[in-house]
Design a protein around this ligand. Structure first.
Ligand code: 4NP
Length: 160
């Protein structure tokens, strides 16, 4: 069993959606017994809260249920517990490296797995917080593409 942690700032908009899409895709591909997923925020500002209503709504539109997730901050032990730690943007990535001191080789930028623009590295999954439904629609499309690319990589690495 390999484990994946999705990380954003508040753990209410982007990373819960990334986790939900990842788990949904794993199930669809019959891989859900091989990987474990969780999500967390570099801040604890929304600890204990369910995902943002915009993320819940866009997930639901595509048949994915994320409303039972609860926001939690990143914990010091996550750096040891998880095999892959996927940051939504460069600020999250910098926090994981500089503040939490997680191993560099475990930390990746979510969007670097995108299949849509595979040659363009370093792009952020844009923060939809405080924006309307269109922003959540855009984030969903970006995440779905990047999650597919990430699963392809996992399949190759573990030769499933
Ligand atoms: P997230 O979005 O990092 O994708 O969960 C945000 C949620 C809350 C805040 C910022 C971003 N905030 O400032 O409270």
């Amino acid at each position: 069993m390999q484990s994946v942690l999705f990380v954003c700032l508040g753990n209410i908009c982007r990373s819960p959606l990334a986790q939900g899409i990842f788990e949904h895709e794993l199930k669809k591909q019959g891989l859900d017994s091989q990987f474990d997923a969780d999500s967390a925020g570099t801040s604890g500002w929304h600890e204990g809260e369910p995902p943002h209503k915009g993320s819940i709504a866009i997930a639901k539109k595509y048949g994915i249920s994320i409303e039972r997730q609860k926001s939690r901050p990143v914990h010091a032990k996550d750096g040891e517990l998880f095999d892959y730690i996927l940051a939504m943007d460069n600020q999250n990535r910098a926090s994981l490296l500089d503040e939490f001191r997680f191993p560099t080789n475990k930390i990746h930028l979510m969007r670097d797995f995108s299949r849509e623009v595979p040659l363009q590295k370093g792009l952020a999954v844009p923060d939809p917080w405080g924006k309307g439904g269109e922003a959540f629609e855009e984030v969903f499309a970006i995440l779905e593409d990047a999650v597919q690319g990430f699963i392809e990589l996992l399949k190759n690495r573990t030769s499933l």
